[in-house]
Structures are given as structure tokens and as C-alpha cells.
Design a protein. Structure first.
Length: 378
């Protein structure tokens, strides 16, 4: 297996999603990640399904070790400093001011370890009127404008996976990697700062470019109309998606699949610009046709005509898809207490290798004894 970060030690103080995802991404690249957890229950995500080992927790914390430290106590803070003296990266997602109240400041950490990379994840940054507010996924989605591009204003309902949390964790991971590369050149550590609001804004820059350059305030339909992206219900009530982009051959093939040649001469749809402008009308025309056959039949026809498409799968269907099976995206891993579980491989290969997927997420304090012995903690 490829261990790109072999020898790198990461101390993770993060909880819930942002820091744990960033830490797991480094662990998947071969870093040793020690997750510091409070003795009373550890990461709050552990408790989502009881027994301190929820699916939420286990999916974001593989390949890590767990130690219990009470950072409110002098002994706990002293032990943390011993860990940080040997670490390469400190990763935390506390609110601004929490680290300082623990006595952990840029100056004090530089004294302990001048080569330390300190990655700090917050909701809104360390300055500004929202600095001290709590922040979760829905909050960042709302403030960043992402929710405004996804919600139906008439019947608003938050749906789908966490986006802001995950995006922030990914940006944090690449920030830490950049700082580690810089350290190789300078020999000095760095402070990496990222917040959920800016990460979410950066994740979708095109809407802001449309607004500032063209004066167009995007709506939930703006991007899908430009990209000619559709979702259609079929006769069996299953859904599929089509993404035609601006490539003319895909439009021609799409019309051939529908067996609707009159669409090619319809004045409303003659050019990509007109199809964008009349997106809702074209969507309605095509939707009526897609209701005439079952999804499997449409998928076969779309594939034959080389149209970019996909069935809209349930989670169970994703795992059974032949492409996903061929890629071996999922793998099984054994935990000594919780048994066999399914995990998702990292999507990045280096020299054809996935990386070291060797350990399930730890139970609370699973490695406390061995870590204490190795680092001579109290």
C-alpha cells in the first residue's frame, strides 16, 4: 500500500465532522492520527446510535487511535503538550478562544514544537460579528448561499448529505498538506486557518461570478438550465438523470432516444441559449415522454446513443452497481468488539494504490494505554 504520509503524526482534537474528516483523509494517506477525546463520552458523534460507536462516528474515524484526556485538568493539558512536542500536525475545530483558554496559543505551541503545523477550523473565522456563534452544516449552507441554490422557497426542506461540513474538512486537509510541504522547505511549522462559511462559498464560485460580472442573481434552476441537467420519473416511478451540457451531439442523441424529431425544429429549442432560456418547457416535454417506459429501458437506450445519463440510485443500489463493484469502492474491515463493517475506500490512488485501510474507527480510549506508555504520559 502507498503510505504518502508515513511518519507524520497528527493530534486531532476535533469532534463531529469537519476535523474528523480532515484527520481521516490524512490517515488514509498513511499518517498516524491520534484522536484526543474527553473521558465522558468522547466525540459527540459516537452517541448518535448508542453504545458510543455510531455509524456516523465509524464512517469518519477509520485508521485512527483514540486516547482519553481531560483537557480541563492540568494533567490532561500536560499530557497533550507531551504529544504535541512529538507531533507534526495539530488539528482542532473549537470555537475561537477555546484553545487560548486551554493555554494553547501560537506562541506557546511554537515553544513546544517550532515545526508543528496547527490547523484550526472554525465556523466563521476569528474575527467579525459572527465569530462566537455556533456553526453546523445547515448554518453554513444558509449563509454561504448554497442552501438558496438548492431549496424550493415555496416548500423549503433541508435534505441530502452534509455538504459544508465535508467541504470544510477537505479544504482543511489540503491546507495541512500544503503547510507540511512548506515545512519541508523552511523547516518551520505554520498556522492553517479555515472556516465553514468561506469554505462553503469557495465550493461554488460560479454563482458569484454570474452575479458580479453579469448582474444575474442565480436561482436553484440557473446552473441546471445552463448545463442542461435533468431528472425524469419513468413509468415504474424510478428516476434517472441526464446531463447534456452544451455539446450539440448530446442534444441530437437525446432527441433520438426520445424519438421526438420535432424537437429539433421547435423554435423554442433551436440553440443552446434557447434551450437554457426555455429549460422548464423542455423539461416538461421530455418528462412526458420518459413516463412512457420503465427506467431500465431508458437506460439501455441512453447508453446506446452515448448520452450522459445515470439512474438515480438509493444507497443500496449504489453498492450493487457493476461499476462500483468493479472499482471495489467498498471494503470490509473487522473491529474486535463491533465485528465486521463496510467502509468506503479513499477515492484517490497514488501509483495505483488506495492507501492503508487497516483499522476500523476506535472505541473510546481504545489506545490510551499504549499511547501513554509510548509518550510517557501521566
Amino acid at each position: 500500500m502507498n503510505n504518502a504520509l508515513e511518519g507524520i503524526l497528527v493530534i486531532e482534537l476535533g469532534t463531529v465532522l469537519t476535523a474528523p474528516l480532515a484527520g481521516m483523509m490524512l490517515a488514509d494517506l498513511g499518517a498516524r492520527v491520534i484522536k484526543v477525546e474527553h473521558p465522558a463520552g468522547g466525540d459527540p458523534f459516537r452517541r448518535h446510535a448508542g453504545k458510543l460507536y455510531s455509524p456516523h462516528f465509524s464512517s469518519y474515524n477509520r485508521n485512527k487511535e483514540s486516547i482519553q484526556l481531560d483537557l480541563q485538568s492540568e494533567a490532561g493539558k500536560a499530557d497533550l503538550l507531551l504529544l504535541l512536542a512529538k507531533a507534526d500536525v495539530l488539528l482542532e475545530n473549537y470555537r475561537p478562544g477555546v484553545m487560548a483558554r486551554l493555554g494553547l496559543t501560537p506562541a506557546s505551541l511554537k515553544e513546544v514544537n517550532p515545526r508543528l503545523v496547527w490547523c484550526s477550523i472554525t465556523g466563521f473565522g476569528t474575527e467579525g460579528p459572527y465569530r462566537d456563534r455556533p456553526c453546523y452544516d445547515a448554518v453554513a449552507l444558509g449563509l454561504s448561499g448554497l442552501a438558496g441554490l438548492m431549496l424550493d422557497a415555496d416548500e423549503p426542506a433541508m435534505t441530502g448529505p452534509t455538504i459544508s461540513d465535508n467541504v470544510t474538512g477537505m479544504y482543511a486537509a489540503y491546507g495541512m498538506l500544503g503547510a507540511l510541504m512548506q515545512r519541508e522547505r523552511t523547516g518551520e511549522g505554520a498556522r492553517v486557518e479555515i472556516n465553514m462559511l468561506e469554505a462553503s462559498i469557495a465550493f461554488s464560485p460560479e454563482g458569484f461570478a454570474q452575479y458580479t460580472r453579469l448582474g444575474v442573481a442565480p436561482t436553484p434552476r440557473t446552473r441546471v438550465a445552463i448545463s442542461q441537467s435533468y431528472a425524469f420519473p419513468c413509468a415504474d416511478h424510478c428516476l434517472l438523470t441526464v446531463h447534456l451540457s452544451s455539446v450539440e451531439k448530446f442534444w441530437l442523441a437525446f432527441v433520438a432516444v426520445l424519438e421526438r424529431p420535432e424537437l429539433l425544429t421547435d423554435e423554442r429549442f433551436l440553440t443552446p441559449e434557447l434551450r437554457t432560456r426555455n429549460y422548464a418547457l423542455l423539461n416538461a416535454e421530455a418528462a412526458n415522454t420518459f413516463r412512457s417506459r420503465e427506467r431500465a429501458q431508458w437506460c439501455e437506450r441512453l447508453a446506446q446513443h452515448d448520452v450522459p445519463f445515470a439512474p438515480v440510485y438509493t444507497i443500496a443500489e449504489v453498492m450493487d452497481d457493476p461499476q462500483v463493484r468493479q472499482a471495489q469502492t467498498f471494503y470490509e474491515i473487522e473491529h474486535p468488539e463491533h465485528g465486521k463493517m463496510t467502509a468506503v475506500h479513499r477515492p484517490v490512488k497514488i501509483d495505483g494504490q488506495r492507501g492503508p485501510c487497516t483499522r476500523a474507527a476506535p472505541v473510546l480510549g481504545e489506545h490510551s494505554a499504549s499511547i501513554r506508555e509510548q509518550f510517557k504520559l501521566s
